[in-house]
Design a protein around this ligand. Sequence first.
Ligand code: NAD
Ligand code: MG
Length: 390
Amino acid sequence: MKQVAILGATGSIGSSTLDVIARHPDKFRASVLAAHRSTEALADLCDRFRPDLAIVADPACEADLKAHLARRGLTTAVAAGEAALSDAAASSQCDTVVAAIVGAAGLASTLAAARAGKRLLLANKESIVMAGPLLMRALRDGGGDLIPIDSEHNALFQCLPGGRPELSAVGVRKLTLTASGGPFRGRSRQDLGAITPEQAVAHPNWRMGRKISVDSATLMNKGLEVIEAHFLFDAPPEAIDVVVHPQSIVHSLVEYVDGSVLAQLGNPDMRTAIGHALAWPGRVDTAVKPLDLVALSRLEFLPPDRATFRCLDLAYAALRAGGTAPTVLNAANEIAVAAFLDGHLPFLAIAEVIESCMDALGTEPVQSLDQLIQTDLTARHTARHMMRRL
Ligand code: NAD
Ligand code: MG
């Protein structure tokens, strides 16, 4: 029986994870559930899944969570605050940690799980973009496994021998990430001037949280994923390619030097990647609809429109610059996307804010976690300053 901590239990990945867990009560148990502020939703999950511990990241919500639990007659232990997330991730209350918090807020608990040698199911791509070298070191020191549940990286993991081999030693030439192209595929820059948050979060193929939905619309999601692939698989930027595939059926591909290309296919449903990562190296039924190739009949592949969706190349630039540049990219993106969602920044200005932050802050070699946290704060401050000037 695997004891699973789900950090970000009330979100889109959290609920897909709990759906898979509920189908296999003989194999998995949700032992820790954590959310930011949604106390009522968290109490409902406690009622259904009976974890040992429930955590709210915002300490101001602790009393509220306790009241909701008491009203349901539950005696679930409660903890609050960011440190409680890291403590739980490293504790004997779990052997598997699903890192499904959105944004840099997930970094500390992701690192804690890696250091403690847990099986780490990584959805929180911002933490690996922000602190890739430190996360990979923590993973080596902790001795646990990281199984990506970002669908593209889970696909690559499945198409590589042994999951995370040295690529040149096994004859890999190239990793190709597929991108749906988001809701604005085919649009020109002129079309994108007056995009509203509601239009941007209406993704054609996936139902996801608001931040990642905007990232998909700008193609920054794919940019973050290029950086994620670099750290996860130790692949140089020139060996990572992006192709637009509007149907989201081929989740990514690995090209070998003999001309073989291995791909992982499936209907666009995160429960496939989550079920794979929970059960690995085994397999479990996830109730995902089987793929009907004849009904699909055709799959398309197109080059990304890099001139309209500039965030993709900004991410490649950050990866090539190395050091703290990806940390700056991620922080500036989080601030710009939040401002766009609040109606304070035009859609096309997201890329401008990120680019001016990267220009202003440059890069430094990565030395420590404290340094990266400071870089993240400085980049957020700089992004807010840039937005005031726009
Ligand atoms: P979401 O917005 O639906 O859920 C986010 C979860 O994180 C919620 O449970 C929320 O309570 C919690 N949270 C938010 N801020 C927090 C904070 N400061 N401290 C602690 N908890 C906090 O987001 P999502 O779509 O589930 O995405 C979660 C992560 O998974 C993101 O990093 C995203 O990029 C990644 N991801 C998501 C998908 C998807 O299909 N949704 C696919 C691939 C990767
Ligand atoms: Mg993805």
